[in-house]
Design a protein around this ligand. Structure first.
Ligand SMILES: [Zn+2]
Length: 162
């Protein structure tokens, strides 16, 4: 059973009749986090984790209809059970766990497994199928450790200040 399918508007869950981070206009959009390439304007209803609420309101406007849930809270959408789990990317970033009968699929938008004091740490969510976005996992990106990256940003800032 395919719990998610790629469509022209984004990843679609037919069993729950919702999309995840859609790019086309849809009625129900489950949102992984508040960055502009994931939370787009014009959806009928947005469903996200509580921690993402204010970022989404800021991005989508006060009139946006946003339903929120806590991390790990299980809610029903159509025939599936859905829950959000920390993705460690930014405040309110989530992996989306979808269960239908004994099948569990997890979709994550951007995620990070390094420590980050600004958001909840990435949670390993056991599943049958894991779908991940991996913009920065291409071999062209070589990441150093967090402290070195922060030091470089700080040095750049100091240089500009001078
Ligand atoms: Zn992002």
């Amino acid at each position: 059973m395919e719990i998610l399918q790629l469509t022209s508007k984004g990843l679609y869950c037919a069993l729950g009749d919702f999309y995840i981070d859609p790019w086309g206009k849809v009625e129900k959009a489950v949102i992984t986090h508040g960055h502009g390439d994931h939370a787009r304007w014009g959806m009928g209803e947005y469903i996200a984790v509580q921690e993402a609420f204010h970022i989404l309101k800021k991005r989508l406007g006060q009139e946006a209809k946003i339903q929120t849930y806590s991390y790990s809270e299980i809610f029903k959408m159509g025939e599936v059970e859905v829950s959000f789990h920390p993705a460690g990317h930014i405040l309110g970033s989530s992996q989306v766990r979808i269960q239908y009968q004994d099948q569990v699929w997890v979709f994550t938008g951007d995620f990070k497994r390094d420590e980050d004091l600004t958001c909840a740490p990435f949670e390993v969510v056991p599943c049958d199928v894991f779908i991940s976005e991996a913009t920065f996992s291409l071999p062209v990106y070589q990441w150093r450790n967090f402290q070195d990256e922060v030091q470089e940003i700080y040095n750049w800032w100091m240089k500009n200040k001078e």
